[in-house]
Every structure is written in structure tokens, then in C-alpha cells.
Design a protein around this ligand. Structure first.
Ligand code: WTA
Length: 653
């Protein structure tokens, strides 16, 4: 079996082994204990959070076909905001909780735990005054400003369920998410600011609400002032947050909620249908994000920790907010982008705030790598100790660059594999314990039991390649698809009954290391963002000129995967460059800029089986320029279609 890292390995240095919470031996002992007796292990770690009423039952989970049920610490009572804020006040009231770095390098703020408490209480009171209470869903469509964190934690404080929608999604996408969870309150800002460019958030909210079907109502829109833009305000529905904030106090009690009370919904793309509302609950999620933040990032008191994700994604939820704040950490929140004002921005921010741990995505690294070493070398980065990667497989070249240039050969890299559904990291090195292999997420974390299975569900032993499943529950696991438990069971537990199916392919080498090879379903990963090919297809066919569309991923140097769309036009419509551009703009408008097709090929015919099913395997191969491997085309209703597609393929270079 080929070793993609060319056999290079990086054992933990003696300094790291001495400093870290676990070394090679203790981490192995801890892992063995965690899988030998999960109840005991997770009972011990249930103490990572404070309880209003202690639990007596640790684990009550079943992956049984048709009866999947996941409950952790179920009879305990707690509150997420209490664990992230209040319990730290006595010892860390004056410690910085959030360092906020603005899009403009001249803007930053330091928010202490006491200030965070006061701001979250005020936000919670503003919500309470608008009748938000336990169990209500609140949609948050915000830029990366401290108020986004205040709003999320304010919901948690009241026991309301937040649904954060990434600010890059279109009004249509936002409307779908508001409707699906029935939010009556939306929190937004006048505009967002990224890379010096303004994003019309409030206008998008207005457009989204206009699109809601009759009977679905939003009663309140709370608007945080960010740029000061002059935006339309509906006097009955909309309120400026700064005005509302003046009317309330900085005290608000924490709701007492059950361990399994919903904490948030986060929509994510799957192979079919509309995005799913992934539901996470309170206690297990906090325990899991807290333990993984501590061990994966080897977090110690006083560390300055920076995760560059947006709070619109799960990485922002788990590793900007909930994990770090549960641990009483100082977490950096960045409004901007890696290349503004220039290509050194990340490294300048590291120097400015003396960041020790830096966690980012391979796509950002690949784009920065293209600018050469000089923008990195122009900065010191002396404070850096540990680097992290998330969102997609990191190619060994990007890994080596990250290690050598960004980390000056000094900082271990934790390549963390996980998903929106898993709540926190499942497979990752531990910096004081694991010998690194560039490109491998290495080994499972405590309590995690990965398996590789073949197409028939047979468990593969030793060095093997197959589909990645997880054999038993962990506390951070999603509990259901909001409003559709059947879909939850069908999506994740039906393919390999009794196991959680990740949707990822994976290879395990002779050392037991895991190498994620990418999605095996119809999900593509564009710049670390998940996109369902079906979503892009349905956006395309919604255009009057399009009769049919098939979308696949193809390898892209920067984005990891690009979006390749085969489009069949309505008869009589001419395939022109203008139309091509129009369709690209159309998809951006329907879903959002993250879904922008990179290539559109007009295809008079698509390869179909005799039963009319589009053969995506062939479309994928053509998009990959892999014509030698088209495989068996004899089952096609018209094999000549393939030659036509190959001859007309879009040139990528
Ligand atoms: C991919 C992001 C390889 C994978 C936290 C997964 C990765 C999907 C890695 C989840 C990694 C994430 N190595 N692939 N370290 N991390 N992925 O839900 O395909 O946005 O299924 O969660 O990203 O994406 P999601």
C-alpha cells in the first residue's frame, strides 16, 4: 500500500512529551480504558462541566436499526452558558475570554469573562423581552463580531435553540432554514465586513422573510449595528440591538435544562434533498467539545488559542466558542480573511496577539502557499506552539509547508477529522503523544471506535481501505435531524445497520493510522464547505433555460474540490457564453457564493442507464480528466453520449 507521506514521520519531541497532558504511553492507556469501559470513562469526564442536578445515568445509547436513540447523562440538569461563563467568574472574571480582531487591522477588542457575562445577559434579556423562552428556535445570521457569540450564548442561557446560518448564504437558503425550524426571531447585523467588502445581511434577511410561505412568520428581527449602513427597518418587526440593549440589565438567570435539551441546530448538506438540521444537545456536546479541545490542542491555562473558522460552521461552534469557553480559555475571533489587507494577515494577527495555537483549513493554506514564503517570513510567529487543520484532507505538500514555513519546523500539526454530525473531533493526533504522518489524521480519540467496512458491511481488519463507520456512540454525537428522526436513521444508520456511517472513504495503514480519502456519497467539499450536488442541481434546473443538470466534484488546486456542472438546455435555447455566466450568477443567487460552479459544460445529453438514472461515476471521471477509467458503459441507454461529453469537456487549465 502506498504511503502518501513518502514514509516521513514526526515523533513528538521530548519537550512536547513532557509538557503535554498525555505522552505516548499515557494516551494509549487512556484510550484503552475509554473503550474498555465507556461508562466509567465518560462518568469521570462528565465532571468536566458543572451540574445543577447531577446525573445518575451516563450512557443510554442504541444504534439498533429502526430504534436509534442517543442519550448521555440524561437525568442531569445543567446549562451551557453557565458552564461557558458563570462558573468561571470567581476565578477568571478579569481574564480575557474573547479576543476579537476586526477585518480592519486597526480594530480589536478584549472581552473578559465578566464582560462576556454582562453582554450575554443583556442579549438574553433583549430576547426574553421578545418572548423567547426555553425550546424556541432563534436564527442567527451574523458577521464574525462579538455579538454573534453573545447571541448564541444568550440563547443557551435561556434554553432557546440557536440556528446559525453562515453569512455567505443567499436569502433563499436563509428562508429555507428559518422555515424548517420555525424561528420567530432572527438576529442579524446591518452589514458584514470581510476583506474590506460589505455584505448586505439585513437586506438579505428582509428578502428571506419576503420569501417565506404564508403562515410562516418572523415576529422580530434584531439588528446589530456593524457598519452603520442605512438599512430599511420595519417599525413593527425590526429593532436596533444597541437601542434595545440600553433598556435591559446585565443580570439574567440561567435556565435549568436537561442534559438532552437541544442546544443548537446547524444545517448541513447531504447526498439528497434539502440541507438537514443537525441537532446537538447540551451536556454531552459540552463534555465532548471540552475534552477534545483540552487534549487535541493541549490547552493549558494562559494559552492564546485561535481557530479561524466562521461561527456559521460547526468548527466555529465547537472550537471557537463552546469547547474553549467551557475550558475557561482565551479564544480569538477573527472577522476578516487571510489575504486582506495582504497575504501576511494571519501571521500578523498571530504576532499581534501572541497566539500559541492556530487552527485553520487546508484550502486557506494552499492559497497562502501560492504567494510563497515571503509573506510568512516577514513575521515572527515566535509565540506559536501548535498548528491544526480541519475541513478536508490536507495534502502532504501543504502539510509540509505548514510545518516548515509557518511552524518553523517547531510546531506539531494536529490534522483533525470530524463532521458537523460528530460535534467534535473523532480522529486526530495528540501533540505530545502521536507520531505524525503528513496527510493522515492518525488515530481515534478517547472513546471513539472507528471501523472500515466494505460495500457489504463486512468489517475489514488490519491495513485496508473501505468506508468509515463508528461502532459506538460518543457524547458529542448529533441526536437527530430536527423534526425528522426517520431521516436521521435512514441517512446515518441504515447503510451499515448498527453503525454510524460517516459518508467518508478511508484507508488504514499497517500502523493503524487512518487516512481519509474523501466523501463516497454525492457530497462535495469545496474549500472545506460541504455542498450537496443535488442542491446545486436543483438550483440549476430552477432556471427557465435549463432542462436537466448533473453536478460532480473535480480536483481543484486551491479549493480541494471544484464544482463541475453538466447542463442540458431546454430545446431551442442556444448554449452561449452569456448564458453560461448567467447560470453561474443564478446559482450564486439561489444558494450563495460558496456554491459558485467553477465549470459548466453544456451537454445535449447526459449518460443514463436504461432505467433513466444518471451515471455520475462516468461524469466524475470525465470531470477528473480520467478518460482511461470510464469503466463499463454498456449499461448506458446510449453509449455514444459519453464520447460527446468527452469531446466537449471544459478545459480546466
Ligand atoms: C471532511 C467539518 C479529511 C470529511 C468539521 C467530512 C476531513 C467533512 C477532515 C465534514 C480532515 C473534515 N481530513 N477530511 N481532517 N475534516 N473532513 O460537516 O469529508 O463541514 O465528512 O465538518 O469534511 O464537513 P463538515
Amino acid at each position: 500500500m502506498t504511503d502518501l507521506s513518502h514514509g516521513k514521520t514526526y515523533p513528538p519531541s521530548p519537550e512536547w512529551q513532557a509538557r503535554a497532558w498525555v505522552n505516548p504511553q499515557t494516551s494509549q492507556e487512556m484510550y484503552d480504558a475509554s473503550v474498555a469501559d465507556p461508562e466509567l470513562f465518560w462518568d469521570e469526564h462528565g465532571q468536566r462541566i458543572d451540574w445543577f442536578k447531577p446525573y445518575t445515568r451516563v450512557k443510554n445509547t442504541s444504534f439498533a436499526p429502526g430504534a436509534v436513540s442517543i442519550r448521555w447523562y440524561e437525568d442531569g440538569v445543567t446549562n451551557a452558558a453557565y458552564n461557558c461563563i458563570d462558573r468561571h467568574l470567581e476565578t477568571r472574571g478579569d481574564q480575557v475570554a474573547i479576543i476579537w480582531e476586526g477585518d480592519d487591522p486597526s480594530e480589536s477588542k478584549h472581552i473578559t469573562y465578566q464582560e462576556l457575562h454582562d453582554e450575554v445577559c443583556r442579549f438574553a434579556n433583549v430576547l426574553r423581552n421578545r418572548n423567547v423562552s426555553k425550546g424556541d428556535r432563534v436564527t442567527i445570521y451574523m458577521p464574525m463580531i462579538p455579538e454573534a457569540a453573545y447571541a448564541m450564548l444568550a440563547c443557551a442561557r435561556l434554553g432557546a435553540v440557536h440556528s446559525v446560518v453562515f453569512g455567505g448564504f443567499s436569502p433563499d437558503s436563509l428562508a429555507g432554514r428559518i422555515e424548517d425550524c420555525g424561528s420567530r426571531v432572527v438576529i442579524t447585523a446591518d452589514e458584514g465586513l470581510r476583506g474590506g467588502r460589505k455584505v448586505a445581511l439585513k437586506a438579505n434577511v428582509d428578502a428571506a422573510i419576503d420569501r417565506l410561505p404564508p403562515g410562516v412568520d418572523v415576529d422580530h428581527v434584531i439588528v446589530v449595528r456593524r457598519t452603520g449602513a442605512n438599512v430599511a427597518m420595519d417599525p413593527l418587526r425590526d429593532v436596533w440591538y444597541d437601542a434595545a440593549r440600553e433598556m435591559v440589565t446585565a443580570e439574567c438567570p440561567c435556565a435549568h435544562v436537561d442534559a438532552e435539551h437541544p442546544l443548537f441546530i446547524l444545517y448541513t448538506s447531504g447526498s439528497t434533498g434539502k440541507p438537514k438540521g443537525v441537532l446537538h444537545t447540551t451536556a454531552g456536546y459540552l463534555v465532548y467539545t471540552s475534552i477534545t479541545h483540552k487534549y487535541v490542542f493541549d490547552y493549558h491555562d494562559g494559552d492564546i488559542y485561535w481557530c479561524t473558522a466562521d461561527v456559521g460552521w460547526v468548527t466555529g461552534h465547537s472550537y471557537i466558542l463552546y469547547g474553549p469557553l467551557t475550558n475557561g480559555a482565551t479564544t480569538l475571533m477573527f472577522e476578516g480573511v487571510p489575504n486582506y489587507p495582504d497575504m501576511s494577515r494571519f501571521w500578523q494577527v498571530i504576532d499581534k496577539h501572541k497566539v500559541n495555537t492556530f487552527y485553520t483549513a487546508p484550502t486557506a493554506l494552499r492559497s497562502l502557499m501560492q504567494a510563497g514564503d515571503a509573506p510568512v517570513k516577514a513575521t515572527s510567529r515566535a509565540s506559536l506552539r501548535l498548528l491544526g487543520s480541519v475541513g478536508e484532507p490536507i495534502n502532504p505538500e501543504a502539510w509540509e509547508w505548514y510545518h516548515r514555513v509557518v511552524g518553523d519546523n517547531r510546531c506539531p500539526i494536529v490534522d483533525t477529522w470530524w463532521q458537523t454530525e460528530t460535534g467534535g473531533v473523532l480522529i486526530s493526533p495528540l501533540p505530545g503523544a502521536t507520531t505524525l504522518k503528513p496527510g493522515s489524521a492518525t488515530l481515534p480519540l478517547f472513546g471513539v471506535r472507528p471501523e472500515l467496512v466494505d460495500a457489504d458491511g463486512k468489517v475489514l481488519e488490519g491495513a485496508a481501505e473501505g468506508n468509515l463507520v463508528i461502532a459506538d456512540s460518543w457524547p458529542g454525537q448529533m441526536r437527530t435531524v430536527y423534526g425528522d428522526h426517520q431521516r436521521f436513521m435512514d441517512t446515518y444508520f441504515a447503510t451499515y445497520p448498527g453503525k454510524y456511517f460517516s459518508g467518508d472513504g478511508c484507508r488504514r495503514d499497517a500502523d493503524g493510522y487512518y487516512w481519509i480519502t474523501g466523501r463516497v456519497d454525492d457530497v462535495i467539499n469545496v474549500s472545506g464547505h460541504r455542498m450537496g450536488t443535488a442542491e446545486v442541481e436543483s438550483a440549476l434546473v430552477a432556471h427557465a433555460s435549463v432542462s436537466e443538470a448533473a453536478v460532480v466534484g473535480y480536483p481543484h488546486d486551491i479549493k480541494g474540490q471544484g464544482i463541475y456542472a453538466y447542463v442540458t438546455l431546454m430545446s431551442g435555447v442556444e448554449p452561449t457564453e452569456t448564458l453560461r455566466k448567467e447560470l453561474v450568477g443564478w446559482v450564486r443567487q439561489e444558494i450563495g457564493p460558496i456554491a459558485t460552479p467553477d465549470l459548466i459544460q453544456f451537454a445535449p445529453n447526459l449518460p443514463k442507464t436504461r432505467s433513466g438514472k444518471i451515471m455520475r461515476r462516468i461524469l466524475r471521471k470525465i470531470a477528473e480528466d480520467d478518460f482511461g477509467a470510464l469503466g463499463d458503459t454498456s449499461t448506458l441507454s446510449d453509449p455514444a453520449v459519453v464520447d460527446e461529453l468527452v469531446n466537449n469537456r471544459q478545459n480546466k487549465r
